[in-house]
Design a protein around this ligand. Structure first.
Ligand code: ADP
Length: 495
């Protein structure tokens, strides 16, 4: 019997999933289980780490059964995970000392303010590539140590371990033997020096985190340890945080290749190659992955309101009954848009960074109808993506080669065509939009020799390619109008 399957674990914010991939790169089984969202207070979000582990193990066992494969046929396991979410546990009892604090959790805002007051902004940016924010793991660890009874004493006695979700799963899968993470996850802790590749003493000291709690950091495609199933040792050979895994799953292996995930918000990552690039526009610099003794970096930016604006059309304005319907209505307006919707419902992120901006609609005339508004709202997703890409191109001093897309709203053909036109770049939508989990599978499969990066690119199946169809005059004119609309929506709350 040959080892020809890869198991990919995808531990996400709302569910744990397991996917089994065959040696041709096809998904042969998938199992998923939701996890409970715990909201103890306003702004606080937690998960139960034991539930995370159990749902992950259950979906794995169910998927293996569904695929009717034997443990001996499994060549490797890959893990991808919700990033930044923080678990601290006792290494002797194996029990978490507190719930997992989820990336969305805002309880450490005051700790972040304190770090800023200490003048650590620049240090954080230069060392970790990030900006000081409660989003990342560092301040969450500090909160647990300071607020959980006995935690500090326990840490001093070297009893505690920290991990992001990948690390927590790995430690348990390897029978509590391996305490490690990969470069992509480490780069989201706000504690890791992404240039020199070690934990940063200044930040550990500022946040009073003993180094002994931290995992070893390894390449993303690497033999981390083994999971024993029915007496068979299965190698765990791939780990990456979800967005980086999606970048890998979209085969953005070359400098200048980027992927955009169109979900509630957009997550855009561009591979900047082996060169670390800092951003002048407030984008994040992060490690994409470590593979073959090399580190690849990425620039990351996000749009706060993307698919959420389509939800607003559906639920708030009740102009459509489903998100999908937006495409049909937009296509009923054949002429060029004169209406612009700026969905700055929660302020504007990169590259504008204006928390006082608010949503606005411009260019209304007597004959503006619902279809115009729907079309303009869809176009706003593409314009916001272009804003980020221009910032990335400037920061990375490279030109976007192609944009690979995934996420719910990437199914919208109107939006994808407009995106290609306004960017003047080919937009490529793959057949499988399961890019995150495929990224983890690829990282694991490459290590065990099932595939190479070249063979993965050759086997990639494209659903549809959207090619630019605007003249440069039209493209520039429309985009200038968008920038004008954005400017006018800024500083609203301060007025
Ligand atoms: P998330 O992971 O953030 O929940 P998904 O990738 O599941 O997001 O995508 C859901 C989002 O995409 C919703 O905000 C929805 O409004 C939007 N969406 C889904 N399908 C379409 C479509 N065909 N056209 C436009 N927007 C869509």
């Amino acid at each position: 019997m040959t080892n020809k399957y890869i198991i990919a674990l995808d531990q996400g914010t709302t569910s744990s999933r397991t996917v089994i991939v065959n040696d041709k790169g096809a998904i042969v089984a998938m199992e998923q289980q939701e996890i409970e969202q715990i909201y103890p207070k306003s702004g606080w979000v937690e998960h139960n780490p034991m539930e995370i582990l159990e749902t992950q193990l259950t979906t794995m066992k169910k998927a293996i059964k569904k695929a009717q494969i034997q443990p001996s046929e499994i060549a490797g396991i890959g893990i991808t995970n919700q990033r930044e979410t923080t678990v601290v546990w006792n290494k002797f009892t194996g029990k978490p000392i507190y719930n997992a604090i989820v990336w969305q959790d805002k309880r450490t805002a005051a700790i972040c303010e304190n770090l800023k007051e200490k003048g650590l902004d620049n240090h954080v940016n230069k060392t970790t590539g990030l900006v000081i924010d409660s989003y990342f793991s560092g301040t969450k660890i500090n909160w647990i140590l300071e607020n959980v009874e006995g935690a500090k004493a326990s840490a001093a006695k070297n009893e505690l371990l920290f991990g992001t979700i990948d690390t927590w799963l790995l430690w348990n899968l390897t029978d509590k033997k391996i305490h490690a993470t990969d470069y992509s996850n480490a780069s989201r802790t706000m504690l890791f020096d992404i240039k020199n590749l070690y934990w940063d003493d200044t930040l550990l000291e500022a946040l009073k985190i003993p180094k002994s709690m931290l995992p070893e950091v390894k390449p993303s495609s690497f033999h981390f340890g083994n999971y024993e199933l029915n007496g068979v040792k299965i190698k765990i050979t791939g780990i990456a945080g979800d967005q980086q895994a999606a970048l890998f799953g979209q085969t953005c292996f070359e400098k200048g290749e980027a992927k955009n995930t169109y979900g509630t918000g957009c997550f855009l990552l561009m591979n900047t190659g082996e060169q670390l690039q800092y951003s002048k526009n407030g984008l994040l610099t992060t490690i994409a992955w470590g593979i073959d003794n090399k580190i690849y970096y990425a620039l990351e930016g996000s749009v706060f309101i993307a698919g959420a604006a389509i939800q607003w059309l559906r639920d708030g304005l009740q102009m459509i009954t489903s998100a999908k319907e937006s495409e049909e209505f937009a296509n009923l307006v054949p002429e060029e848009s004169s209406v612009y919707v700026v969905p700055a419902f929660a302020g504007l992120g990169a590259p504008y960074w204006d928390m006082y901006a608010r949503g606005a609609i411009f260019g209304l005339t007597q004959d503006t109808g619902k279809n115009h508004l729907i079309k303009a709202t869809l176009e706003s997703l593409a314009y916001q993506t272009k804003d980020l890409i221009i910032a990335m191109e400037n920061d990375a001093q490279t030109t976007l080669i192609s944009l690979k897309v995934d996420g719910g709203a990437s199914a919208n053909n109107f939006l994808m065509q407009f995106q290609a036109a306004i960017l003047n770049t080919v937009v490529e939508r793959p057949k499988t939009t399961e890019t995150t989990v495929m990224g983890a599978a690829y990282l694991a499969g490459i290590y065990v020799g099932l595939w190479t990066q070249e063979s993965i690119v050759l086997h990639r199946k494209i659903d549809r390619e959207f090619t630019p169809n605007f003249s440069s005059e039209k493209r520039n004119r429309l985009y200038k109008k968008w920038q004008k609309a954005v400017k006018r929506s800024m500083n609203w709350e301060e007025l």
